[in-house]
Design a protein around this ligand. Structure first.
Ligand code: NAP
Length: 242
């Protein structure tokens, strides 16, 4: 049975991705940090939709030693992964000049450090298998910028750049690396954001649903996507940029 690790899968886009991959028959490694109740509920939904029982795992992606040890141990105990979705992420909004060291470090450590800590052991394992799918979750904030999100946008832009280079390293090994870049998606992350104002930038005229992002991730993880690598797929209702 295929296996997929999805980080930050207790809520929002990660939870929808876990459900989409569970429905596609993957045994999901359902990762979260603290929301055990929410993770249990996602697992219950996967099973009641006929998917395999997920493996629930908890660690802080910003704690490099803890995250790497956990992923290495899981790979040893549970066997290799077919796909990894590096989705866990946070925002700490505020003007750049007023950003304190702790917020900066937290955003960089979680979004970018978390990518490194989780992806490195997975990549080592996928290289041995000579197959795999890697999907990174970026953001429209990386492409068009957003006042109050300098640290966040920096991490999300870095993921695009990192994915392009990693895709070149891994293409000869049968491993694809792609980025999904959501726009405004209806999750807890949007709480407190000026959604009404921002909607004027979205031609489709509404916020997106987590499942609309999840379906794109599911495609990128599929066998059919073998010739798609190093790409950024935006799921943003036409909210454009560049
Ligand atoms: N929502 C949007 O409009 C939007 C737009 C563009 C990009 N994105 C990106 O999409 C991804 C998912 O966003 P979302 O809106 O679904 O977020 P969300 O609803 O806030 O969920 C965040 C998830 O990440 C986990 N997480 C956060 N910090 C963590 C840490 N240090 N260690 C381990 N897990 C951690 C949370 O786990 P716990 O709940 O257990 O703490 C939760 O499962 C993020 O990378 C975000 O930047 C979102």
């Amino acid at each position: 049975m295929k296996q997929a690790l999805i980080t930050g899968a207790s809520r929002g886009i990660g939870a929808a991705t876990a459900e989409a991959l569970g429905a596609a028959g993957y045994r999901v490694w359902l990762h979260y940090r603290s929301r055990e109740d929410a993770a249990q509920e996602v697992a219950r939904r996967i099973v009641s939709a006929g998917g395999p029982e997920p493996l629930r795992i908890s660690f802080d992606v910003a704690d490099r030693a803890q995250a790497q040890d956990a992923v290495r141990r899981l790979l040893d105990e549970q066997g290799p992964l077919d796909a990894v979705v590096l989705n866990a992420g946070i925002t700490r909004n505020g003007l750049f000049a007023l950003t304190d060291d702790a917020s900066w470090d937290e955003v960089i450590g979680t979004n970018l450090g978390g990518f490194f800590a989780v992806a490195r052991p997975v990549v080592k394992s996928m290289v041995r298998q000579r197959r795999g799918r890697i999907v990174l979750m970026s953001s429209v904030a990386a492409q068009r910028g957003n006042p109050g999100q300098v640290a966040y946008a920096a991490t999300k832009g870095a993921m695009v750049a990192a994915a392009r280079s990693l895709s070149l390293e891994l293409a000869p090994r049968g491993i694809t690396v792609n980025v999904v870049s959501p726009g405004l998606i209806d999750t807890e992350m949007l709480e407190g954001a000026p959604v009404k104002e921002l909607l004027s930038l979205v031609p489709v005229g509404r916020v997106g649903r987590p499942a609309e992002v999840a379906h794109v991730v599911r495609y990128l993880c599929s066998d059919e996507a073998a010739y798609v690598t190093g790409q950024v797929l935006s799921v943003n209702g036409g909210m454009w940029m560049e």
